[in-house]
Design a protein around this ligand. Structure first.
Ligand code: C2E
Ligand code: MG
Ligand code: MG
Ligand code: MG
Length: 286
């Protein structure tokens, strides 16, 4: 039995919130209060090496623990945060929670790497590299364990201003990842200007790739480009085994997706790591 089939069935962390939610919208005041009242918390989606399917790390994904509606995904609130000044305090809280988790379970996590999403607007804060480096040091988290993700489409619009902050984050030892690649308009020149370490191919190219020649061509070309630029490539949103077996024909480095694991609560993520250990031990005996 492979780990990938187990993780998703073991945990029930993604119960759908109440049906009323369909018509529910939130405003700035609601979201600002939730941030201040610490109602936001982080889940982790495992990241696996391909084709081996070992958990090599995870991406932190924010959730709103809403007192009335249950656990809400960023769909309901992230735009309000990213379009306002809330984004600065918010991202510091996210990084703080992520580092605190890593410090607390350091012995179990020290071989892994962790991705944290930043907003492009965070890159306007010229003090960001120092602030994140100080936080990492106060939690004794080596910046080499951390990859910071920024979304391609938004990044390119603000590249000139962001470049200096990105370079200094890299100098502090953080890795950088370009998220949702293929949804923006970055040129090869721009890609090579930024010291990225990783490229995450957007899930719209992954879903159904086993049956779609155009998607296959895009995947093949992107893998070649990424590797020429010495970037690792992550396939986002792998949902079905057919797509996965297609992807395994190419030299994709890592995969994430519901096929392997949904975003998990911290305690479930730790259990998934334990399970992986047991299974690899058992495989050695078989
Ligand atoms: P993202 O960074 O591209 O994260 C991946 C999203 O795809 C997550 O949605 C994840 O749950 C979802 N996903 C993973 N595997 C699959 C799959 O197999 N199929 C499908 N259909 N979806 C999959 P989520 O958690 O709802 O987050 C949405 C977006 O919100 C993220 O997209 C990211 O841009 C933003 N976000 C999440 N957490 C944070 C955060 O802490 N800070 C900031 N600034 N943005 C965040
Ligand atoms: Mg991301
Ligand atoms: Mg993102
Ligand atoms: Mg993405």
């Amino acid at each position: 039995v492979q780990i990938k089939h187990l993780i998703s069935s073991l945990f029930d962390d993604n119960k759908v919130a109440s049906a009323e939610l369909n018509t529910q919208t939130f405003d700035y005041e609601d979201v600002a209060q939730a941030v201040n009242n610490k109602q936001m918390c982080l889940y982790l989606q495992p990241k696996l090496s391909l084709p081996e399917e070992n958990i090599v790390g995870a991406e932190f994904l924010v959730r709103w623990n809403h007192p009335e509606f249950g656990v809400l995904t960023p769909y309901y609130f992230i735009d309000i945060i990213e379009d306002s000044d809330l984004v600065h305090d918010f991202s510091i809280l996210v990084v703080d929670e992520a580092f605190a988790f890593i410090e607390k379970h350091y012995e179990k996590l020290k071989e892994l790497t962790f991705n944290i999403n930043l907003s492009v607007k965070n890159l306007e804060d010229i003090h960001l590299p120092e602030r994140l480096a100080e936080l990492a040091s106060s939690y004794s988290v080596p910046p080499q364990m951390i990859t910071l993700e920024v979304t391609e489409s938004l990044l390119i619009e603000n590249l000139a201003e962001s470049l200096d902050v990105l370079l200094r984050l890299r100098l502090k030892g953080f890795s950088l990842s370009i998220d949702d690649f293929g949804t923006g308009y970055s040129s090869i020149k721009q890609l090579s200007q930024i010291p990225f370490c990783e490229l995450k191919l957007d899930r719209c190219f992954i879903h159904g790739c086993a049956l779609d020649k155009d998607k296959q061509a895009i995947i093949e070309a992107t893998v070649a480009l990424a590797h020429k630029l010495h970037l690792k490539i992550v396939a986002e949103g792998i949902e079905n085994p057919n797509d996965l077996s297609f992807l395994n024909h190419y030299k994709i480095d890592y995969g994430q997706g519901y096929l392997f694991a949904l975003p998990l609560k911290k305690v479930s993520f730790l259990k998934a790591l334990e399970q992986q250990k047991h299974y690899s031990v058992r495989e050695n005996y078989n």
